[in-house]
Design a protein around this ligand. Structure first.
Ligand code: UDP
Ligand code: MG
Length: 309
């Protein structure tokens, strides 16, 4: 018999905990047919509502439920990492509790593992029900990443992914503090089958991500998986040197031929403002990488457990 670990990060999801479990257990006949034992790991990411007591209630109903509760909100990345660390399964799957990752896909996903894939990943091909501006920036992010990073990142990829123990161990060996799981999945490689499905809207409750949180998360993604922005400063520097050289030649030639006095204060001020803008921008990029390095060398734990059942 093999064990399947289902990792479910939850942050203020009291309404969804039981609903998710029931939906997952609709696959029970499939699990039994395939000799699969199931453990459901709820990772409570410092919820301030009744999420923990809901999970405890569920634990009394079914012994396959496990709970890991954080001392505060550490973010979904930390929750997923904790789940992977505590999962004992031969197979591991990460799922959102809000039913946006349909549990009904699991049998099909298992089919592909049997065919020899190491991991089955999902991506949504539509973004129905999402604010258009959010979709637009998400698309821009993936396009940018395709250009500046060697790590493969799929547009619309979800964290919903079924993996073999091999792949989980590889992910756990990456102990970085600034985690960007979508990149980490791509970085470790392995044979991955992509399943596509239409976006499903949240069953209950509200999304925990606002635009600003997503923006900061995208910066995490860029700094974690690309160093191209660091090259930007050098490139702009070279470009401006060439430009400056051309202008020097132009001014000298103009003086020799027409004997023009130096003029053009307004244009000078514009150029100075523009250049200092570019310089601050480049310093900012440097600062981003330095900040990430600073957090990384501190070697703080990725999460702190308050309670484990
Ligand atoms: N989540 C979490 N910690 C957080 C934010 C979210 O564990 O700080 C969980 C949340 O409970 C849910 C999953 O991550 O199970 C996805 O979050 P959400 O549905 O809010 O994101 P969206 O689907 O809108 O991208
Ligand atoms: Mg969701």
């Amino acid at each position: 018999m093999s064990l399947l670990s289902v990792i479910v990060p939850c942050y203020n999801e009291e309404e969804s905990v039981e609903l998710f479990f029931d939906e997952l257990m609709k696959n029970k006949p499939f699990f039994e047919e395939n000799d699969l034992q199931v453990e459901v790991l709820y990772i409570d990411d410092g919820s301030v509502d009744k999420t923990v007591s809901e999970v405890k209630k569920l634990k009394q109903r079914d012994d396959c439920v496990r709970l890991i509760s954080f001392s505060r909100n550490f973010g979904k990345e930390a929750a997923m990492f904790a789940g992977l660390e505590h999962a004992k399964g031969d197979y591991v799957v990460i799922m959102d509790v809000d039913l946006q990752d349909p549990p009904s896909l699991l049998p099909e996903m298992f089919g592909y593992l049997q065919e020899g894939y190491d991991s089955v990943a999902t991506r949504r091909v539509t973004r129905k029900g999402e604010p258009p501006i959010r979709s637009f920036f998400a698309r821009c992010f993936y396009k940018l990443m395709k250009r500046i990073s060697k790590t493969e990142m799929m547009d619309g990829a979800r964290d919903y992914r079924l993996m073999t123990r091999n792949m989980v161990d590889a992910i756990l060996s990456m102990r970085e503090y600034n985690r960007f799981t979508k990149g980490i999945f791509g970085w470790v490689g392995f044979r991955t089958k992509w399943l596509e499905y239409e976006n499903v809207e949240r069953a209950r409750g509200e999304t925990k991500w606002n635009f600003w949180k997503l923006f900061v998360y995208s910066i995490d993604g860029i700094t974690a998986f690309s160093t191209v922005p660091l090259m930007f400063a050098s490139l702009v520097g070279v470009l401006f040197c060439v430009l400056a050289f051309c202008m020097v030649v132009f001014v000298i030639v103009r003086k020799l031929i027409f004997g023009d006095p130096v003029s053009g204060w307004p244009s000078l001020v514009c150029i100075m403002l523009f250049l200092s803008g570019v310089q601050f921008f480049c310093t900012g990029i440097l600062g981003q990488y330095l900040a990430k390095t600073y957090m990384e060398v501190k070697r703080r734990p990725i999460y702190v457990v308050r309670e484990e059942i």
